[in-house]
Design a protein around this ligand. Structure first.
Ligand SMILES: [Zn+2]
Length: 762
């Protein structure tokens, strides 16, 4: 081998590493010869004198591209081991292509120079420490890079040229295949065809990609494997949302040939790592777009319509597509006070309302309102149906005819422009061909003119294409007229979904605005039609059900005025005579009057005459229970009359009171019940001299036992445990005074401690 003498024993003492690499799995699979010869490097190393125990093969990078931004573990391991100085030589098939990037190879060579590592390929042995070898390595690296560049350039140019003709074979989406002649045709498999057609049909019906996924629930969808072991084979799996989007956005299904829809972009992160990402180009930036290139599942117009629909569904980009809820103006209603969109809120009782979204940010203006959806929706739907009378539709159709005519005129003008440009170009070409070859100056200017004409022709053709593209598809006139005639019935039909109503609404109405309105009972609605016209409507806000059933104010006033002197019976008569009705629309009765009294706190007239008292008052004065008084009244021992609402009114004077007291005094049974109870301390087992129980202390201080227990627990009052675990409190005047001063000072204890009288049982 060339330069074999550079290998010394110091190299042979260290490891020999054979670094293997193939850029792709396809290469690994198909270029088996290359892989085999790479593994043959180990034999070369053995022939050059390395013991077989110190020959290692790094082949973890097989099938991994050498391009920028791809992590290659094997190469990293190689660099690490070279840096530790344990490697005597690196073997590779082409040493300057260990990495695709020259910088990586140069770095490796620099480390190899420092650690005295040799680089060996079939061409010879390179010692990076030798300046000549370094020059050769650098030169070969540059050459290799140049070679790759030229190759890529040529391949790319050929590829682009083939693509421009629509002949470059690119992977086809499922449902389209290449036939034997290489043309794109619809997949002959009827099952695949049906699945693809059903995706487009489902999207037309439900209008969203998720809707299509739902329509395919429980059904399998085909996938044609591209490349790999399963290349060309059909596999059936789940239809995911991403796949639906891929199908709807793929222009191939509309019969168009497209090249360059995606482009790769490189970025460098702060750590210096290069990342490559794939991004989609906008349609205007596609390098090749050939419409009607092959038979498709849908037309180009369908494709554009689907695209527009997907954009209108893109809520993350601010689109507000019609949803399933009943609130008609969802997504197109705006607060006229702050300019923010209004949110649709479905409350628990399913009564939706529109709420200004500023509320979330607490930025509402004083005139921002929340509106019950029904009151806005009814007004807007009314305006819509009014606008869709047959006469109005006839007018609109006439306008549509005019628009169609205008479009046709525009595209006709574009066609004529193309014809004219073609004629001009032909003429310039003829003039150029007829000029004498010797007359070079003239020929040159004629050539320039021909080129300019050709450019103008290309421009005119583009303009024609654009004009034809914008032709809106119109439904037939008859269909529209029929639809307009039974629109109100259709609108209210139970089979019409809320989403359909919203779609119909949005075809005519651009947005709805809730305008500021000082009258709280009204709502002012602005409607902006797609034509640019605006309308303003005023509707009544619905009254809250509770408010609606409230008694009318004049009736309440009457009860308030007369209530304190007039009985309920009398009030009922008066209210009904004045023609008042309750909030429910019924005539007044006792219950209704009592309710007004209760709700507005209007007292009843005093039922007691002069010198009369109630049963409760008599019981209080005698210090007995009311049961005693009732007993006397029922047994005739005490006179009383029935007042209003059946109350007992007891004539009371000194004689009556004396009679009662006598009865109490004479009755052994009553005497005890009627006698006001005096405070009696509970019996306490004999305490040692000067000790009291907790209850006794509480009684003496007039506070609750809880207070005493609290003091004992917190050490403010000393006590000892006696028999039966009872607390015995040493008690004298001084301790009592201390307790009292504690109560007096504590704002919290005062009310509790003020309970000096025992509570009477009622
Ligand atoms: Zn607002």
């Amino acid at each position: 081998m060339n330069g074999e003498h550079k290998i010394t024993s110091s190299h042979r003492e260290r490891a020999a590493i054979c670094y293997l690499r193939q850029s792709s799995m396809a290469q690994v699979r198909q270029h088996t010869e290359s892989t085999r010869s790479q593994y043959g490097l180990a034999d070369t190393a053995a022939a050059l004198g390395w013991p077989s125990t110190s020959i290692e093969v790094i082949d973890t990078d097989l099938g991994i591209s050498g391009k920028w931004g791809v992590a290659r573990e094997g190469f990293t391991e190689l660099v690490t081991r070279v840096c530790t100085g344990e490697v005597g030589a690196i073997f590779g098939i082409e040493i300057t292509r260990l990495a695709r990037s020259n910088a990586d190879v140069a770095r490796l060579a620099e480390f190899a120079r420092i650690t005295g590592t040799l680089l060996i390929d079939p061409d010879g042995v390179y010692d990076p420490a030798d300046v000549n070898d370094r020059v050769i390595l650098g030169f070969k690296g540059t050459m290799g890079e140049m070679e790759l560049h030229v190759m890529a350039q040529r391949l790319q140019a050929n590829k682009r040229a083939a693509a421009a003709r629509g002949e470059l074979r690119t992977p086809l989406p499922v449902g389209l295949v290449h036939d034997d002649a290489g043309d794109i045709v619809i997949d002959p498999d009827a099952g695949v065809q049906a699945a693809i057609r059903d995706v487009f049909a489902a999207f037309t019906a439900c209008g969203s990609a998720y809707g299509v996924v739902a329509a395919f629930a429980g059904r399998r969808f085909p996938l044609r494997a591209y490349g790999g072991a399963w290349a060309g084979q059909l596999r059936w799996g789940k239809l995911t949302h991403a796949r639906v989007l891929g199908i709807l956005k793929n222009p191939g299904y509309a019969g168009a040939y497209v090249f360059g829809r995606y482009t790769s972009r490189r970025t460098v992160d702060p750590g210096g790592t290069v990342h490559t990402s794939i991004t989609e180009r906008p349609r205007a930036g596609w390098p090749v777009l050939i419409k009607d290139h092959h038979e498709g599942y849908i037309t180009w117009a369908d494709y554009l319509a689907n695209e527009a629909r997907l954009v209108a569904n893109h809520t993350a980009a601010g689109a507000r597509p019609p949803r399933e809820g009943t609130a008609l103006c969802q997504g197109i209603i705006i607060c006229g006070s702050c300019g923010k969109p209004m949110m649709t809120n479905y409350h628990t009782d399913q009564r939706p309302s529109y709420e200004c979204s500023s509320r979330r940010d607490r930025l509402t203006t004083p005139s921002c309102r929340t509106v019950v959806a029904a009151c806005v929706d009814d007004a807007v739907a009314g305006a819509l149906l009014d606008a869709l009378t047959p006469e109005q539709v006839a007018l609109a159709l006439a306008a549509a005819d005019e628009v169609t005519g205008q479009h046709q005129r525009v595209s006709r003008a574009a066609e004529l422009a193309v014809e004219r440009a073609r004629y001009e170009a032909d003429r310039a070409e003829r003039a150029f061909c007829q000029v004498e070859p010797e007359n070079r100056l003239v020929a040159r200017s004629l050539e320039a003119r021909w080129e300019a004409r050709l450019a103008a022709l290309a421009e005119a053709e583009q303009a024609l294409e654009a004009a034809q593209d914008t032709l809106p598809p119109l439904p037939s006139r008859d269909d529209l007229e029929k639809l307009a005639a039974d629109l109100p019935a259709l609108w209210n039909a139970p089979s019409t979904s809320a989403r359909d109503r919203k779609r119909l609404l949005r075809t005519l109405i651009a947005d709805v605005t809730v305008l500021p309105e000082p009258d709280q009972a009204k709502v002012r609605i602005g409607i902006r039609w797609h034509t640019g016209a605006t309308d303003e409507l005023t509707a009544d806000r619905p009254v809250h059900p509770g408010t609606a059933r409230r008694s009318p104010a004049p009736a309440v006033d009457l009860v308030r005025r007369l209530g304190s002197t007039t009985s309920n019976d009398e009030l009922v008569t008066r209210l009904n005579a004045a023609g008042h009705r309750t909030g429910h629309g019924r005539p007044f009765d006792i219950d209704a009057v009592q309710w007004i009294r209760h709700a507005y706190k209007i007292p009843v007239p005093d039922p007691y005459g002069p010198g009369e008292i109630s049963v409760a008052e008599a019981a209080r004065r005698l210090g007995c229970s009311t049961g005693v008084i009732y007993h006397w009244i029922h047994t005739g021992q005490l006179t009383a009359r029935r007042g209003s609402a059946g109350r007992f009114c007891i004539p009371w004077d000194a004689q009556a009171e004396a009679g009662c007291r006598t009865r109490i005094a004479q009755s052994a049974h009553l005497g005890r019940a009627a006698r006001p109870r005096t405070l009696r301390a509970p019996a306490f087992p004999a305490a040692d001299g000067g000790e009291v129980s907790v209850t006794q202390a509480a009684c003496q201080l007039g506070c609750s036992t809880g207070v005493i227990y609290y003091w004992i627990e917190t050490g403010q009052l000393s006590a000892r445990r006696g028999a039966g675990n009872r607390l015995h409190i040493p008690w004298n005047d001084q301790i009592q005074a201390q307790c009292r001063s504690r109560i007096g000072q504590s704002g919290h204890l005062n009310p509790a401690a003020r309970r000096t009288k025992p509570r009477r049982r009622r």
